[in-house]
Design a binder for this molecule. Structure first.
Ligand SMILES: [Zn+2]
Ligand SMILES: [Zn+2]
Length: 263
């Protein structure tokens, strides 16, 4: 089985060196000056303002349990966010809430400017907050949620692929960009209701036959920038499981508050 490591250490060294010359030294979130110790395009103050998901978390989906006010908690102990995830998703983890004054500009920089340095800084926080995603994985295999090809052409990069590569580089794993493809165009999920999101992405992904050997029987870590309703990640999970994967884990930087979090 050939697994393609997307980054060699040599390439990483060269690109990081080049980036240091090109990077702006003003924080992209607050516009303030960056200290020499600051990395990842945002200043230390802005990183410290990230609205980290408060603990305790649901052990499976990683959603803050304290976010459910006791009076509104369902009578059963079942987690409402867990219920939204594909049954074969064994664990999901995220770092912080979105939207937020600190996290949203960072995600916009990743999405629209494609800065490697912010992907790496996000991956660092993802590993710090959600290391248990990697449990039992000797060499984790990260699969980014693919962008529609039209959008990929427009932007020239996929923000989830940047995150997946940064995670692979930090954990000794591999990022597989090509195992999951979009089979049809979808509209941006941003303005859609949860029901519309589901219909929009259903059957929108597939694993090409020639790529199946790379995932057969494997436990995969599906990577995206934000977990909102789980519709996109679930649609990807269906395609990966159909393609032969044995188990799926979800890992995102941001997480939207669910209906269950609102009193
Ligand atoms: Zn700042
Ligand atoms: Zn849960």
């Amino acid at each position: 089985m050939v697994l393609r490591a997307e980054l060699t250490s040599g390439w990483r060294r060269v690109s990081r060196g080049a980036l240091e010359l090109l990077l702006p030294r003003a924080c992209l979130v607050c516009g303030g000056a960056m200290d020499a110790a600051d990395s990842g395009l945002a200043c230390g103050r802005c990183w410290s303002r990230l609205p980290l998901l408060p603990k305790p978390w649901c052990p499976r989906c990683g959603h803050p349990q304290a976010a459910h006010p006791a009076a509104h908690r369902p009578a059963t102990t079942a987690c409402r966010v867990c219920a939204q995830l594909h049954p074969q998703c064994t664990i999901a983890r995220s770092v912080c809430w979105v939207p937020h004054a600190a996290s949203s500009p960072m995600l916009a920089a990743l999405k629209y400017q494609g800065w490697w340095a912010i992907a790496d800084a996000m991956a660092e926080r993802m590993v710090r907050a959600g290391r248990e995603v990697l449990e039992g994985l000797e060499r984790p295999v990260f699969v980014p949620v693919p962008l529609a090809s039209g959008r990929l052409r427009e932007r020239g990069f996929n923000q989830s692929a940047h995150l997946a590569r940064a995670l692979a580089a930090r954990t000794g794993g591999v990022a597989l960009d090509a195992v999951l493809v979009r089979t049809r165009a979808t509209v941006s999920q941003t303005q859609l209701t949860p029901g519309e999101r589901l219909v929009n992405v259903q059957s929108a992904f597939a694993v090409p036959v020639l790529r199946r050997a790379a995932i057969r029987g494997r436990s995969l870590v599906l990577v995206d920038d934000v977990l909102t309703t789980g519709a996109t990640l679930n649609a990807c999970a269906v395609a990966l499981l159909d393609g032969g994967a044995s188990q799926i884990r979800y890992w995102t930087f941001g997480r939207a508050r669910s209906d269950a979090d609102r009193p």
